[in-house]
Design a protein around this ligand. Structure first.
Ligand SMILES: Cc1cc2nc3c(=O)[nH]c(=O)nc-3n(C[C@H](O)[C@H](O)[C@H](O)COP(=O)(O)OP(=O)(O)OC[C@H]3O[C@@H](n4cnc5c(N)ncnc54)[C@H](O)[C@@H]3O)c2cc1C
Ligand code: FES
Length: 256
């Protein structure tokens, strides 16, 4: 798939608590097709200490208005600098990167944790466009760490799990009552321990599972090899051959 380097204009910014924000970005022309699970490499301007672009999932796509939305958690210098951007500023993106979710399955469960919730909105919309209404489980340590939830309500059955019980069921997403339902396909993105627990459950129950890895990245295009995962078929670049992999490709990773 062709890659682009484009200056987008920020046309919307939402602050979602202390850690999260969204940026809605206007493309100057017609957006190319963007698969659910693909990501962008964002240039961080104005911070001398941040030389490399930062990988961020595509949270939402509006093809009528040619906009993309990114959901970003502030964790370090780059994301803190991005949080200073305002409407009217420009943001340079390399996109669309990586291999996205398959959109296969009929009885579909999505499991997201923290910033890993980001790609699940575009995924839910793409599944809806195929006539599939997924069950969507969102988890976080506290309610504040589940940055978006209302956006999912019209797209499927939504369940929330928080470790402190401040929202939804108390506990991990894998302990939520919806988790052990009857599914033939699970898609997951979030903290590694969560994805491993979800993938192990899927493998043990004969459910197809796709995980979206968030390894540290630099180039984002398969050139620097800093993002490799030790898959069952050898080392694979998460940025180019992923970030989405079938759990059956990653049994070594799962057992680590
Ligand atoms: C394919 C992909 C998609 C992603 N999508 C999103 C998204 O939609 N929204 C979002 O908020 N974040 C996302 N991330 C994570 C995001 O890229 C990092 O949080 C960001 O690069 C951190 O940059 P920084 O300069 O703020 O932090 P740094 O100063 O570089 O690091 C601060 C801390 O964050 C940790 N960190 C850095 N990169 C990652 C990473 N990739 N995963 C986990 N921890 C990391 C570092 O180890 C360090 O502890 C994604 C990562 C990948 C690989
Ligand atoms: S980030 Fe450079 S090869 Fe993946």
């Amino acid at each position: 798939m062709k890659k682009y380097i484009t200056d987008f204009t920020i046309i919307g910014k939402r602050i979602l608590g202390e850690q999260y924000f969204t940026l809605t970005l206007q493309h100057p022309a017609t957006l190319p097709p963007i698969a659910a699970g693909q990501f962008v490499e964002v240039e961080v301007r104005g911070c001398k200490e941040v030389l490399l672009r930062r990988p961020i999932s595509i949270h939402d796509v509006d093809t009528e208005n040619n906009t993309l939305t990114l959901l970003i958690q502030i964790v370090g210098k780059g994301t803190r600098q991005l949080a200073t951007l305002q409407e009217g500023d420009t943001l340079n993106l390399v996109y669309p990167l990586g291999r996205g979710f398959s959109l296969d399955g009929e009885k579909v469960l999505l499991v997201g944790g923290g910033a890993g919730i980001a790609p699940l909105l575009h995924l839910s919309k793409c599944l809806n466009a195929k006539g599939i209404r997924p069950t969507i489980l969102l988890g976080g340590r506290t309610a504040d760490l589940i940055p978006v939830r209302d956006e999912f309500k019209s797209l499927g059955t939504v369940g929330i799990a928080t470790e402190d019980g401040s929202l939804g069921e108390k506990g991990l997403v894998t302990q939520h009552t919806l988790f052990s339902g009857d599914y033939d396909h699970i898609y997951t993105c979030g903290p590694t321990p969560m994805m491993k627990a979800v993938a192990r459950h899927a493998l043990a129950n004969g459910i197809v599972c796709e995980v979206s890895l968030e390894n540290l990245m630099a180039c984002g295009i398969g050139a620097c090899l800093c993002c490799v995962v030790d898959s069952d078929a050898g080392h694979k670049c998460v940025c180019k051959e992923g970030p989405v992999f079938k759990a059956t490709e990653l049994t070594k990773w799962l057992n680590n």
